[in-house]
Design a protein around this ligand. Sequence first.
Ligand code: ATP
Length: 310
Amino acid sequence: MPANVVVRDLSKRYGGIEAVRGVSFAIEAGEIFGLLGPNGAGKTTTLECLIGLRQPDGGEMEICGLDARRHPRDVKQKIGVALQTTSLQDKITPREALRMFGSFYHEHEAPPVLLERFSLGEKADAPFDTLSGGQRQRLALALAFVNRPSVVFLDEPTSGLDPFSRRELHRQILQMKQDGYTVLLTTHQLEEAGQLCDRIAIIDGGRIVATGAPRDLIAQSSGAPSVTLITKPALPADILAPLPGVRELQCDNGTARFRTDDAAATLAALTVVLRERRVELVELQVRKASLEDVFFRLTRADESGEAASP
Ligand code: ATP
């Protein structure tokens, strides 16, 4: 399949801050591609360079075969964009906004089609300042489709939404794929990236640190399964540490957490210990390596999701 978006060695600095440092990736036609990274990683800056909102300092960008730096106007006809927050005039209605934005393009979709597709029929004539956060996000998506784009760029499309609105938006993004659109989205939500994206690029400190299908990145990761164990009474560290496969053991407040290189051997030995010591098993969870493990291994994100200072 031909690549719809090609980025080569993109760089962008703001004064002394190197926000994007030599980013390269390619997105095939019909793919949902995620740029995943902690706060301040350079996701939005990369996206803003691609859509012509920022002038990069270096690198090349091709969208639908067009050089995005030399032909930004032509590129704008081919792309749809939904930014993190969409501000419109307070009293404009979704129907009016869709009609007005459509008038900026040679080709445009009729408002009723988009109102229906993004479940905005009931709010078609309601002023913008009366729409909920989820309805505003759906309107932002509808506006991104007003020019019948080939490639859609979504900057953190579900940030700030409740779980229901987020699920609805996920459904709409997956529908975009079914309808054949190419989608680039940024997110720092790992679960979202895993569910929606065919491939992701993990970006950190302005550089891409891994690219691939979420499943492949997890498979390639050396992350061993993690185990959480609660017993009554608690088993001390000197009993758990020698069990086969156990490493990175932490015991606090009666809960033991560790990784295992051989889950079957660890669990078999643990069963013997529990029986011999007549200890009651309260909780035992074995979790395979996840996208979260890959993310934390490759990025400098701490537990709060903030990037560590360079
Ligand atoms: P987030 O997930 O928090 O939105 P991000 O990955 O999208 O983060 P960017 O917004 O691209 O990251 O920011 C990358 C770096 O560039 C950060 O250090 C940020 O502080 C800096 N930065 C972004 N915009 C500007 C600006 N207009 N002026 C100066 N520095 C900026």
